[in-house]
Design a protein around this ligand. Structure first.
Ligand code: ADP
Length: 479
C-alpha cells in the first residue's frame, strides 16, 4: 500500500484506489491511499507550520535539495519511465523522455533558487532608495492531470519549492504511481517536515478542500475546462491567487509550399503520439488546396505504418487510451464528426486486443477530412488520437480558420515561406507557435502556456514561473 505524505510522515488514507495498467487491465500496479478532506486539512496545517522557517531557508539549502531530486530522477529514468508508461499508457521512449524532462526541471529550478535577483532604484525623492524583491507566497496547492504524471507535477513543485513556498500536491486519480515515486524522492531529499505534502484523493474532496481552505495562498491547476472554472470560482471567492492550464484545439496549417515530409511528420507526431493525449496536440489540420490531396494521402500512408500496442513493448508507436471513459469519448467524437459531414479516411476504430490478446483500451488513430470550422470536431477538445482536416483557399483563410477557436494554447505552420512563417508567428492567437515543428513537445526552460480559453494567469516554466510562485515587495529606505 502506497501512503500519503503528511507533515513528514507516511499515513494511511480513508480508502484505497487501484492503479490499473491501460495496456493490460489485468495488471494491477498498486493500491494507493486516498486522503479525505480532513487529511487534506492536516497536510495544509503541516505546510502552514513549516512555512515560516522554510520561507527563510537559504538559496544553497534549496539548491542542494532540488539538485539532488533532479539527479535521482535522472539516474532512475528507466525505472520511473517504465512505471509511467505502465500507468498512463504512453510509449516507453516517450515516458522516459518525460522523466528526463522532470529531472531537468528540478535541475533548472535548483539554479533559479540561486538567482532570485531583484532591482535597486533611486527614489524620485532625494535621499531615498527603493528595493524591489520577490518573496514566497505561502502554501501552494498543486492539482495535476493524468496525461503527464511526472513532468507536470515537477514543473509546479520545483518552482514552488525553489522560491520558498510550502506545497500540498494532489495528483490525478488515474496516475498516483509516478506522483508517489516523486514524493518518495522528495521525502528523502532533506526538506523539513511539512514543506512538501502528498495527498492522493478525489478531486471533489481532496482537491476541493485545497480550493476552499483560506490558508492555501495559491492554486496551480492543470486539467479540464469545467474543473478549471471551478478552481477559478473558488479562488476568486476567497481572493486566492490562481493559475490555470486547460484544454487546446491546436491548429496546424500546411501551406502549398510546405515540405511534404516535414508537414506529415509534424502532424503525425503532434496529432497521434502519446495517443493524442497532450494539451498541445494538433487536432485541427488546415491545409491549402494545392497540397491538400497529396498531404491527406501521405498522412494515411504514414498512419497505416503506426504500430498500436502495449506501451512498454519495443516498437510500439501508439499505446492505449488512458481508460474506458476516455476511449468512449474518443470513439464518440469520430461518430459525431461523421454525422456532421466529415469523412473518416483512416482509423477511428476500437482495437479489441493488442497483439497477444491482452485486454486494453486501444484504438486506431483517426483522420477525418472535409470538415468545417463550425463542426463540433473543430471546436471541442477530444483529448485522443482524433484529428480533423479543413481545406483553405490560401494562407489568409488558413490563418483565419486557425484563430477561429475558443482555445489558444499552441499553433503550428508547415511552410518554406519566410514571409508566411513570420506573419504567422505574429498573428497566431496562441501562447506557443511552432514553424515546421510539431505543436507538442516543448522545451523545459522557457515559458509554457496559452491564451483565450486555454490558460489563465501567469505562465508556467522557465524564469517566468517566478511570476506565480512569488509576490513582489517594494521597500523604501531613507538613508
Ligand atoms: P483530466 O480528466 O483531464 O485529468 P480534470 O479537470 O477532471 O481533468 O482533473 C484534473 C485534476 O483536477 C485532477 O487531479 C482532479 O482530481 C482534479 N479535480 C477534479 N475536480 C476537482 C474539484 N472540484 N476541485 C479541485 N480539483 C478537482
Amino acid at each position: 500500500m502506497y501512503k500519503n505524505l503528511i507533515g513528514g510522515e507516511w499515513r494511511d488514507g480513508v480508502a484505497v484506489s487501484r492503479n490499473i495498467n491501460p495496456s493490460d487491465t489485468r495488471d494491477l500496479i498498486g493500491e494507493y491511499a486516498q486522503a479525505d478532506a480532513e487529511q487534506t486539512r492536516l497536510a495544509i496545517s503541516a505546510a502552514d507550520a513549516a512555512f515560516p522557517a522554510w520561507s527563510l531557508s537559504t538559496p544553497q539549502q534549496r539548491f542542494d535539495i532540488l539538485d539532488a531530486v533532479g539527479s535521482e530522477i535522472l539516474a532512475r529514468r528507466a525505472e520511473l519511465g517504465d512505471l509511467l508508461a505502465r500507468e498512463e499508457g504512453k510509449t516507453l521512449p516517450e515516458a522516459i523522455g518525460e522523466v528526463v524532462r522532470a529531472g531537468n526541471i528540478f535541475k533548472f529550478f535548483a539554479g533559479e533558487a540561486l538567482r532570485p535577483g531583484g532591482e535597486l532604484m533611486p527614489s524620485v525623492r532625494p535621499g531615498v532608495g527603493v528595493e524591489i524583491t520577490r518573496e514566497p507566497i505561502g502554501i501552494v496547492g498543486l492539482i495535476t492531470p493524468w496525461n503527464f504524471p511526472i513532468a507536470i507535477p515537477a514543473w509546479k513543485i520545483a518552482p514552488a519549492l525553489a522560491f520558498g513556498n510550502c506545497v500540498v500536491f494532489k495528483p490525478a486519480e488515474l496516475v498516483p504511481g509516478s506522483a508517489w515515486a516523486l514524493a518518495e524522492i522528495l521525502s528523502r531529499a532533506g526538506l523539513p517536515a511539512g514543506v512538501f505534502n502528498l495527498v492522493m484523493g478525489r478531486g471533489s474532496e481532496a482537491g476541493q478542500t485545497l480550493l476552499n481552505d483560506p490558508r492555501v495562498a495559491a492554486i496551480s491547476f492543470t486539467g479540464s475546462v469545467p474543473t478549471g472554472q471551478k478552481v477559478a470560482a473558488a479562488c476568486v471567492a476567497r481572493m486566492a491567487k490562481f493559475q490555470l492550464e486547460m484544454g487546446g484545439k491546436n491548429p496546424m496549417i500546411v501551406l502549398d509550399d510546405a515540405d511534404l515530409g516535414v508537414a506529415v511528420n509534424a502532424a503525425v507526431n503532434s496529432g497521434f503520439f502519446s495517443t493524442g493525449q497532450r494539451c498541445t496536440a494538433s487536432s485541427r489540420l488546415i491545409v491549402t488546396e494545392g497540397i491538400h490531396d497529396r498531404f491527406v494521402a501521405a498522412m494515411v500512408e504514414k498512419m497505416k505504418t503506426l504500430k498500436i500496442d502495449d506501451a512498454r513493448k519495443a516498437g510500439t508507436d501508439i499505446g492505449p487510451v488512458v481508460d474506458a471513459s476516455q476511449l468512449g469519448q474518443d470513439l464518440d467524437y469520430v461518430g459525431i464528426a461523421q454525422a456532421e459531414g466529415g469523412r473518416l479516411v483512416q482509423g477511428g476504430a476500437r482495437v479489441e486486443h493488442s497483439g497477444d490478446g491482452q485486454p486494453g483500451f486501444y484504438m486506431t488513430p483517426a483522420l477525418i477530412t472535409e470538415t468545417t470550422a463550425a463542426m463540433r470536431i473543430n471546436r471541442e477538445e477530444v483529448f485522443g488520437p482524433v484529428v480533423s482536416v479543413m481545406r483553405a483557399k490560401n494562407y489568409e483563410e488558413a490563418l483565419a480558420l486557425a484563430n477561429d477557436s475558443p482555445f489558444g494554447l499552441a499553433a503550428g505552420i508547415a511552410t518554406t515561406s519566410l514571409k508566411h512563417a513570420t506573419h504567422f508567428k505574429r498573428h497566431a492567437q496562441a501562447g506557443m507557435v511552432m514553424v515546421n515543428l510539431p505543436t507538442a513537445g516543448v522545451d523545459y526552460h522557457v515559458p509554457f502556456g496559452g491564451r483565450k480559453g486555454s490558460s489563465y494567469g501567469p505562465r508556467e516554466q522557465g524564469r517566468h514561473a517566478a511570476e506565480f510562485y512569488t509576490t513582489v515587495k517594494t521597500a523604501y529606505t531613507q538613508a
